[in-house]
Write a protein that binds this ligand. Structure first.
Ligand code: SAH
Ligand code: DHB
Ligand code: MG
Length: 222
């Protein structure tokens, strides 16, 4: 079955999400620096781009930069005066991401903030940012905390996307000993139960294996 997931993803990616040199070099930099190869798939990056266009995103927040692969897909939906703030714990990853983003011609749109996201998010809230799209894709244990901060920095109509919510099906085990699974479960509960947010979650298969994503739209803020 997994063979077929790959074949179909290759077909869909070639059709909808071909990678240009900037994206190819971003993946190459990930391998060369021995960073984990856990960027979104091309068609998932393109989905983020579609969603950014859908909300007419001018301000995007990403939590978890890695080499900037998903960053580049999303930033390509921004207008010339748009802005994407992306949060990364590792200074060496952030430096590589900056090189990739500049090479993609997007340096003027992107602000990489280095450090633990749990420390950067209150700073962003104090700066009174309002984001049209938030992509949560960092340490899974902290997903509920990141979502809680995201909810303070959105408007009616904003989208919030959470990556890796299925993890080979582990998410359905309430007794999982994996803190990452428990973090995703609590994050999904918060997303599902927050008044004024309409949300769902979907399972996905493809070159990233069996996983899923959650998406919520903010209708009203209290
Ligand atoms: N969004 C990227 C993949 C991100 S991988 C893409 O699809 O291309 C997750 C990233 O989150 C890693 O780079 C990791 O270093 C970073 N991360 C992990 N813990 C973090 C934390 N506490 N604060 C900020 N970033 C963190
Ligand atoms: C992992 C993290 C991700 O963001 C991802 O898309 C896939 C895997 C991980 O930590 O294993
Ligand atoms: Mg991910």
């Amino acid at each position: 079955m997994a063979d077929q997931w790959y074949t179909v993803d290759a077909y869909l990616n070639a059709l909808f999400a071909p990678e240009d040199v900037a994206l190819e070099e971003t993946l190459q930099s990930t391998v060369e620096a021995q960073m984990p190869l856990i960027n979104v798939a091309p068609n998932q990056g393109k989905l983020l781009q579609v969603l950014a266009h859908t909300v007419g995103a001018r301000r995007i927040l990403e939590i978890g930069t890695l080499a900037g692969y998903s960053t580049i897909w999303m930033a390509r939906a921004l207008p010339a005066d748009g802005r994407l703030i992306t949060l990364e714990l590792q200074p060496d990853y952030a430096a590589i991401a900056r090189t990739n983003i500049v090479r993609a011609g997007l340096g003027h749109l992107i602000d990489i903030r280095v450090g633990p996201a749990i420390e950067t998010l209150p700073v962003l809230a104090a700066e009174q940012h309002v984001f049209d799209l938030v992509f949560i894709d960092a340490d899974k244990e902290s997903t509920p905390a990141y979502l809680a901060w995201a909810l303070k920095m959105v408007r009616a109509g904003s989208l919030i996307v959470i990556d890796n919510v299925v993890r080979d099906g582990a998410v359905a085990d309430p007794r999982s000993a994996d803190e990452r699974v428990q973090g995703i479960r609590r994050g999904l509960e918060l997303l599902a139960q927050t008044p004024g947010v309409t949300a769902t979650a979907l399972q996905t298969v493809g070159i990233k294996g069996y996983d899923g994503l959650a998406i919520g739209v903010v209708n009203a803020l209290d």
